[in-house]
Design a protein around this ligand. Structure first.
Ligand SMILES: *Cc1c(COP(=O)(O)O)cnc(C)c1O
Length: 366
């Protein structure tokens, strides 16, 4: 079973016209428009991975007793393709997404897609839909690989059939009017992930369970929810679907810190990359454990100078203010801090090919 999968190429006879595509790319937003094609690969017990295709983007037909609709064996990834200065296209560390997808699959009792097949499926879609990769600063083509059970039946057990897919959506600048800090709500009622649960897996169910807390944050006038640990409800874990960073001190002595991966945090690739970029810039870095009281105290006495969240979609988002049932406070002066801004620029510069790539993070597709 080591022969590489051959993809059957069935390009669309009716791709969107250049004119209509240009209208979409003029204001793509996020996740609202999809390119002309999609990749699909099937897996079934006995046959393994088969039927790999690139085909026109189209709706799926689904039996009402499809197991995913009932028991949620559903995982996904998110990464971006960036237009390069020479007109080519590159993705950022796609093999990291491939490995995380395998870990998510294992946790949800799903089959693992080989790393090279995952990367090839994405490359194939980008090559076919290259015209959809925007070229304005901070724009990109967002890739969404995902997999779900396709077996029909209501018996509770791992399904014996799955569908892997990749779709793509042009993404505009996340902050078209300039980077704007968010306000966050510390949720003491709801938790995102518990020890032994699925917090480390990028699975649909984690998001379903988070939405009510996000709504609670909005009711308190906050943009985003910050998750505390499930056991003591005081250790800071993540913000919504992004990892968090804390800057201790200022200037050359600043320390760039992020909550350690305890098993209930999602191991972000942006998080991982920023640890390295901060280190390359000469800053001390560390993976720490920090309570909500440490955070409040650190902002009160000035030892914590900046806080930001990071993830593929928004890159880096400054956190400007914090609210909980017992307290509310401002982070620094409430604006984006200098290191937040610097790290954001540095990462974007590597991704868009405007800065050297010493760690070989870019994967050239075209
Ligand atoms: C995807 C995700 C992140 C960020 O991961 P990146 O690889 O940096 O995009 C952080 N937290 C959660 C809960 C996520 O689902």
């Amino acid at each position: 079973m080591t022969t590489p999968l051959a993809f059957d190429l069935k390009p669309s006879a009716q791709p969107l016209s250049d004119e209509d595509r240009a209208a979409v790319l003029a204001a793509p937003g996020f996740g609202r428009h999809f390119t002309d094609h999609m990749v699909t690969i099937r897996w079934s017990e006995g046959r393994g991975w088969h039927d790999a295709r690139l085909q026109p983007y189209a709706p799926l037909q689904m039996d009402p007793a499809n197991m995913t609709l009932h028991y949620a064996q559903s995982i996904f990834e998110g990464l971006k393709a960036y237009r390069q200065p020479d007109g080519g296209v590159a993705t950022f560390r796609p093999e990291e997404n491939a490995r995380r997808f395998q870990r998510s699959a294992r946790r949800l009792a799903m089959p693992e897609l080989p790393e090279e097949t995952f990367v090839e499926a994405i490359d194939l879609l980008i090559r076919q839909d290259e015209a959809w990769v925007p070229s304005e600063p901070e724009q990109s083509l967002y890739l969404r690989p995902f997999m779900f059970a396709t077996e029909v039946g209501l018996g509770v057990r791992p399904a014996n059939e799955y569908l892997f897919m990749v779709i793509a959506s042009p993404a505009g600048a996340y902050f078209p009017g300039g980077v704007k800090p968010v306000s966050v709500w510390l949720s003491e009622e709801y938790v995102r992930a518990a020890p032994g649960g699925t917090g480390e897996a990028k699975c649909a169910g984690n998001y379903a369970a988070s939405l009510v807390a996000q709504a609670e944050a909005a009711q308190h006038g906050c943009d985003q929810v910050v998750w505390l640990d499930a056991v003591e409800r005081r250790w800071i874990e993540e913000m919504g679907g992004m990892n968090l960073y804390f800057v201790e001190g200022t200037g050359d002595d600043a320390r760039v810190l992020t909550p350690e991966l305890t098993g209930t945090l999602l191991p972000g690739i942006t998080r991982l990359s920023l640890l390295k970029i901060a280190e390359d810039l000469g800053y001390a870095t560390g993976e720490i454990r920090l309570t909500k009281d440490d955070w409040r105290q650190g902002n009160a006495d000035g030892s914590i100078s900046e806080v930001f969240a990071c993830g593929t979609a928004a890159v880096i988002t400054p956190v400007g203010s914090v609210k909980s049932t017992s307290a509310s406070w401002t982070v620094g002066d409430g604006g984006p801090g200098p290191l937040t801004t610097l790290l954001r620029q540095k990462l974007l510069a590597v991704q868009s090919g405007l800065a050297p790539d010493p760690h070989g993070w870019l994967h050239r597709v075209l």
